[in-house]
Design a protein around this ligand. Structure first.
Ligand code: SF4
Ligand code: SF4
Length: 171
């Protein structure tokens, strides 16, 4: 009899317990991801200078184990106008997210805080190469992540107003 009552108590407590599972894909019933969640990589945006953090240095591209990234850089006009410390700036950037294994190596090797593992994770496509993402969308994913996590660059040198280029004449 006591065992029966114990069993009923367990059933009752489980009935009123807050659910620990989410209901996919109902948005309001899903469990939000934590800040440390690693979704697909995305590019961050420097709102202070109004340009991406990415200089197109290619370090992440050379270190990506699945060779799913490509990029081109160009001269940065804002550098010549003394508005930015980035001499070069990204022109095109593409990631084939269908091949990305979410390893985070690109984030670890970037010296400019220009790429982060965003919270983006629902990108199933029917086409074999339907998940190629270009610069504008990568920045859109990145800014969404920045706003959601109140992001700021990890490295001091990438923070704040642009430093004056060393070789510019004194005024
Ligand atoms: S994301 Fe970083 S490592 Fe990759 S090209 Fe841009 S600046 Fe270089
Ligand atoms: S997370 Fe890994 S596989 Fe994906 S783009 Fe970055 S380095 Fe490449």
């Amino acid at each position: 009899m006591i065992k029966l009552l114990k069993g009923l108590m367990i059933t009752l407590s489980a009935t009123f317990r807050t659910p620990v599972t989410g209901e996919y894909p109902i948005p309001e019933k899903r469990i939000p991801v934590k800040n440390k969640f690693m979704g697909f990589p995305a590019l961050t945006y420097d709102f202070e200078i109004d340009e991406p953090y990415c200089t197109g240095c290619m370090v992440c591209i050379r270190n990506c184990p699945t060779v799913c990234m490509s990029a081109n850089m160009k001269d940065n006009e804002k550098f010549t106008e003394n508005k930015s410390s980035r001499k070069k700036i990204i022109e095109n950037f593409e990631i084939n997210l269908g091949r990305c294994i979410l390893c985070g190596i690109c984030v670890d090797v970037c010296n400019f805080d220009a790429i982060e593992m965003s919270h983006e994770h629902e990108r199933s496509k029917f086409e074999r190469n339907g998940n190629r993402v270009e610069l504008p969308e990568l920045i859109e994913m990145g800014t969404k992540y920045q706003q959601k996590t109140n992001w700021s660059p990890k490295q001091e040198k990438n923070r704040g107003t642009p430093k004056k280029p060393k070789d510019s004449p004194e005024k």
